[in-house]
Design a protein around this ligand. Structure first.
Ligand code: ATP
Ligand code: MG
Length: 398
């Protein structure tokens, strides 16, 4: 690919990270490279350069590249652009050529503006004067196009740096957030409904990488749920430059033991406490620093404040609940936006309703839960769960 073309990545938040800035930028650039290579093939050469609050990617500009960049957390926007030496006549010539190329592919805009930015004050003119200088020249070549500063149909961007100037006519919005991998590792409890995948995405968006764990009600529920969980993991991994594993805990037999010693109305909470214990131990094993769940306050009986406290009481790691204040319709919108909706609404029985009452208790205390838990050996069940946990791969024997 010609070396005077590159993709310009812009970011805001990571610029604020002081001394860590370089590390954040490298992580963003590497993530972009991995996501693009996933689409274009691992052999695709992608050059990376950093320049004053910008990242330049030397990669082919194709629909697949855009697909990759639309999954990149940490970038606020991106543009395919042309680089020219910072020299008046070079800039004028290239700006006019890029404008003409835009007209060829997208048609003549009614109006436009030039938006310039000077990272280095090479020229004596202000940005506004540079806008006027380049804009006038474009209008001379395309007299029917007017200048509109407030709501232009098209923007021609010019970024003047010390040696090179960047010129672009296309700008796409990025996902924002922080580069995945810059904020630690979490373990998401993935249950196959609408909520938990969106909870995972909230953490991934803020720069955490997430592994996944599913409690599988085998032999009382069939393998369809695993297909669904696998599909959700794949979709969530679209946003993780390093795809993260899914772990399965065979859980039905453990639930059966709990059910034998408990009241149907409190079983859901006891199952959840057992899941949290197992997930905390497992998280320690894989270096995850927090659990993530899709709970939202009051959404179902197990999600009252009392029950959430009873669940928290047996946790040895923070439980992050990014959806706690969201309504179901907000979660549905998010699932549509992030592409998990279709998979989440597929029918497949989950384990939580096994042997449980249709109307679980809404009030519990850690004390009342512990009393019931005295009826079975918690440690043995946790050990048993951890011993049988396996990393899911579609080829694994189920
Ligand atoms: P979701 O939409 O994520 O399935 P939900 O609204 O069905 O959630 P619950 O069934 O009460 O809510 O589960 C609350 C949270 O507990 C889930 O969001 C998930 O994080 C975790 N969870 C529940 N069941 C399982 C399971 N079988 N495996 C892993 N995590 C689970
Ligand atoms: Mg569920």
């Amino acid at each position: 690919m010609s070396s005077n073309r590159a993709i310009l990545l812009r970011y805001h938040e990571i610029a604020l990270k002081g001394l860590n800035r370089k590390w954040f930028e490298n992580c963003l650039a590497e993530n972009a490279r991995k996501l693009i290579q996933r689409e274009l093939g691992t052999g695709t050469k992608i050059g990376i350069h950093r320049q004053r609050g910008r990242i330049l990617l030397e990669a082919p500009w194709t629909p697949a590249t855009q697909k990759a960049l639309n999954r990149l957390f940490g970038a606020n926007s991106y543009s395919p652009m042309r680089k020219v030496p910072t020299d008046r006549s070079e800039i004028s010539k290239a700006a006019l050529e890029e404008f003409s190329a835009f007209v060829k592919t997208s048609g003549l805009p009614k109006n436009f503006r030039v938006l310039s930015r000077r990272s280095d004050k090479v020229f004596s003119e202000t940005s506004m004067e540079i806008d006027a200088w380049i804009g006038t020249q474009i209008q001379e070549a395309f007299p029917s196009v007017s200048v509109e500063l407030k709501k232009p149909e098209m923007i021609l961007g010019v970024e003047v740096h010390f040696k090179e100037t960047f010129i672009w006519t296309e700008k796409s919005k990025g996902l924002g957030g922080l580069p995945v991998g810059t904020n630690g590792h979490v373990l998401t409890l993935l249950s196959g409904g609408l909520d938990s995948p969106i909870a995972a995405l909230h953490l991934i968006k803020r720069g955490a990488s997430s592994s996944f764990i599913h409690f599988y009600g085998t032999p009382f529920v069939g393998p369809e749920i695993l297909e669904k969980i696998e599909e959700l993991t794949l979709k969530l991994n679209h946003y993780q430059p390093d795809p993260m594993p899914l772990y399965i805990v065979p859980f039905g037999k453990i639930q059966e033991q709990i059910a034998l010693a408990s009241h149907p109305r409190t079983r859901t909470i006891l199952y959840r406490r057992m899941m949290i214990r197992v997930a905390c131990r497992f998280a320690n094993k894989i270096g995850a620093k927090a659990l993530v769940t899709g709970e939202s306050l009051g959404q179902v009986a197990s999600q009252t404040l009392e029950n959430l406290s009873t669940i928290n009481a047996c946790a040895t790691l923070p439980i992050l609940r990014p959806l706690i204040g969201l309504d179901k319709d907000e979660i549905v919108l998010a699932a549509e936006k992030w592409g998990t909706f279709e998979t989440s609404v597929k029918a497949a029985p989950d384990c939580c309703t096994l042997f449980a009452d249709r109307h679980p208790a809404t009030r519990s205390t850690p004390g009342s839960a512990e009393k019931e838990e005295a009826g079975f050996s918690i440690n043995t069940l946790v050990d048993q769960a951890l011993e049988s946990t396996f990393q899911f791969s579609s080829k694994a024997q189920l």
